[in-house]
Design a protein around this ligand. Sequence first.
Ligand code: ZN
Length: 151
Amino acid sequence: MTAADRRAMTRALELASEAAMASEIPVGAVVLDPEGRIIAEGRNTREETHDPTGHAEVEALRRAAAAVGSWNLEQHTLVVTLEPCIMCAGAVLQARISRVVFGAWDDKAGAAGSMYDVLRDRRLPYRAEVVGGVEAEAATALLRSFFEQRR
Ligand SMILES: [Zn+2]
């Protein structure tokens, strides 16, 4: 965990809050270039766009690839407030992202160590380094208050 990771998580948490204000599940993500600079951001947009793939990670990866001008994001880091799902972990590997830093663990759908460990599965040709549980309390608090308000 670096200072850049921490700054990125702070920004990802802001994006998660923005998602909640737009009635989206509060998850935010950013992509860092090899120097630790934020080059792309994303948050959940599924309700607004009616896009089942509109997860924060996919949004951030699309924008990062556009910014870099390549689908290949080797040496880049994805920072996201919630443990990626299977789809997003797949997208991370497709983008060749080298590191994933995430906040809250998702024991119902997480694919970065809790339910599945897609990012470090030795049967796959590509893997990513994983740092989980960064500012997990803040990410969990956002999710909890979102779902409490909806009840
Ligand atoms: Zn996802």
